[in-house]
Design a protein around this ligand. Structure first.
Ligand code: AMP
Length: 322
């Protein structure tokens, strides 16, 4: 499949690379890496990154403006890290001559002409590495750094269960070959304003736990404003509760006044949670999902569903503590 994707990249002079809304380091890293690899291999091609720019990722480099690519004709679209069309940070898909999807989320919807999906892969960035490695696309130090960002972030610094020996070998080879300054790269990825740490402290102080092991915290927009933060800043905080032994599943629900919704993040140490996230206008991976809901009443119902799930899990064979 990677060879077929390479042939299509070779064929088209105009290429737009898109990723999901509320971009994270894997969405960013994989798209920046693929653009850089295509430009390194085919300097004359026009390649653009679609999606809203975010100051949080300025360390990745320059973002493109939609005006740059909106009038291109005969253009290839490559979607990365985005399982469903509604989450793509790009509109008007019909105008593209051919569409490719490369994604590591479980398959939910087909919206491209060619879809390469592998939910065993740690990240979209690992899939871009494979694409480069198995074809004549060229790697350079910048590409290696972008891939490092995406892989490190989506494996939670190699803590999550999607960390395979092959992804560790990929990282080792990138560090070796391109002499990566990992201290600088880690700082770029994990630096944050003191107020985000204060929010995390608030979450830890106010987190509750249900009878069957669901840790949860609801954060209103007033609380967010008191920390001078918006809901986008809450994203990483949930991962900090990974090792709390009282939780099987844990979730944060952060009100976003500007967009009039509540952004939910869910994590699990055992039972698959993506089906429950899908029920609440969300989705994601088996053990890391997200959703957007309209009210805290919906959040309560989500917590109830998660609690039921944990109860079933505690009684099931899958639970290694039984
Ligand atoms: P987050 O908790 O925002 O870090 O998201 C964790 C995972 O859930 C990511 O892989 C996202 O792709 C997915 N996800 C987050 N929000 C949504 C949503 N509203 N709809 C579908 N998937 C989502």
């Amino acid at each position: 499949m990677n060879k077929k994707i390479y042939k299509l990249i070779k064929k088209y002079d105009n290429i737009v690379i898109a990723r999901h809304i509320n971009a994270d380091p894997d969405a960013m890293g994989s798209t920046f890496a693929l653009k850089e690899a295509i430009k390194e291999t085919f300097p004359d091609k026009s390649v653009f990154l679609a999606g809203v720019a975010s100051a949080r990722f300025n360390y990745m480099g320059k973002f493109d403006h939609d005006k740059d690519y909106e009038n291109l004709s005969d253009c290839l679209l490559i979607s990365l890290d985005t399982p469903v069309k509604r989450l793509l940070d790009l509109e008007d898909l019909d105008k593209y001559s051919y569409k490719i999807k490369i994604d590591h989320h479980p398959k939910l919807e087909e919206y491209c002409d060619l879809e390469l999906i592998n939910d065993k892969k740690s990240s979209a960035s690992e899939m871009v590495y494979d694409l480069i490695n198995e074809t004549n696309l060229k790697m350079n130090k910048k590409v290696a750094e972008y891939l490092f960002y995406g892989i490190v972030a989506d494996t939670g610094r190699f803590l999550f269960s999607n960390t395979s020996s092959s992804v560790l070998k990929v990282i080792a080879s990138l560090i070796d070959e391109y002499n990566l300054d990992i201290e600088r790269l880690y700082f770029n990825l994990y630096k944050r304003p003191i107020n985000e740490l204060r929010l995390q402290g608030y979450m830890a102080n106010n987190m509750k736990v249900t009878k069957n092991g669901v840790g949860y915290i609801k954060v209103t927009s007033d609380v967010m404003e008191s920390f001078h933060l918006d809901s986008a800043s809450s994203g990483g905080a949930i991962n900090e509760f990974n090792n709390v032994e009282d939780f099987i599943v844990w979730t944060s629900a952060v009100e976003d006044k500007k967009n009039d919704n509540i952004r939910v993040s869910i994590r699990s140490r055992g039972p698959a949670i993506n089906h429950i996230a899908e029920k609440y206008n969300g989705g994601g991976h088996k053990v890391a999902s997200g959703a957007k809901v309209k009210s805290f009443a919906e959040v309560d119902s989500l917590i109830e569903d998660l609690d039921k799930l944990c109860k079933e899990y505690q009684g099931s064979e899958n639970n290694e503590n039984n």
